[in-house]
Design a protein. Structure first.
Length: 268
């Protein structure tokens, strides 16, 4: 099992070498997408990932830095099927979002592009709701509502796969919203920094040894502008083997220990 970090940036202005948040979990021979930042299809395809193996796409909330790449991702699946005829035939892709009108708008956009959006694979939208939303031979995905935006449209994810537990915060108002999951323990916490202080998150994790590894994603200004200072803060509080600041193109191989050597940070 591998986790591919396709985009590690929050919704800032364009940043060199970083794109909006997108994660792709590779389990057995299937791919599962968590958030679809603007460059996710290009990054995954040019990294050698087989996008036709995508089985489900999960969008934590309908802000553009989390959903902006969804139209191109779906269009790329159609294009790959055109380039390699019928490679998508009979396949099914499930899309989970908290905002059906946003998904409908994506389809409306695609239908009005050149050639329309004629596909020979099943594309089904599922509304997000608290609890287990998908369970198959590869993984189980559970959600809870967080308070990043009103009207119950922002979710966090807990993924159980390959004997590992991964918690992906999405965007949260407070890390304490994830306490029920984190107190129970996890192998990897993927925590956004766009709305939080790195030191505060590290202090929270420091008190919970049951969180085996912390990887920061969805980077905000503190990390983007003061990477070295923030990395030194991380390692001072948690040690270099328990924390990582992610970068685009990084791959986490769960067959190896989750430490700094297999999860390198951007060079200081």
């Amino acid at each position: 099992m591998k986790l591919h970090i396709l985009g590690s940036c929050s919704g800032t202005e364009p940043e060199p070498g970083r794109h909006h948040t997108s994660l792709m979990l590779e389990v057995n021979e299937s791919l599962y997408v968590f958030d679809a930042g603007e460059n996710c299809a290009w990054k995954a395809h040019t990294s050698g990932l087989d996008l036709t193996a995508i089985r489900a796409i999960f969008i934590s909330h309908p802000h553009i830095d989390h959903i902006g790449g969804l139209p191109n991702l779906l269009w790329t699946l159609r294009k790959l099927d055109w380039c390699n005829p019928h490679c998508m035939a009979g396949k099914a892709v499930d899309v989970f979002t908290s905002c059906e009108p946003a998904f409908a708008a994506v389809l409306q956009l695609l239908r009005h592009t050149e050639g329309g959006f004629n596909i020979n694979f099943s594309l089904t939208h599922h509304p997000l709701h608290p609890g287990v939303i998908l369970q198959n031979a590869d993984l189980a995905v559970e959600t809870l509502i967080n308070h990043h935006i009103p009207d119950d449209r922002s979710f966090s994810f807990r993924i159980v796969a390959g004997g590992k537990v991964i918690v992906f915060s999405g965007d949260v108002r407070s890390i304490e919203e994830l306490t029920p999951w984190l107190d129970a323990g996890c192998d990897l916490l993927l925590m956004e920094t766009g709305h939080h202080k790195v030191a505060d998150i590290c202090h929270f994790v420091q008190e919970r040894p049951q969180i085996r590894h912390l990887t920061f994603v969805h980077h905000g200004r503190d990390i983007l502008d003061r990477f070295t200072d923030q990395w030194l803060t991380c390692t001072r509080l948690l040690g270099p083997d328990r924390v990582c600041i992610s970068h685009d193109g990084q791959t986490v191989n769960f067959a190896e220990p989750l430490n700094r050597h297999t999860m390198p940070t951007v060079k200081l």
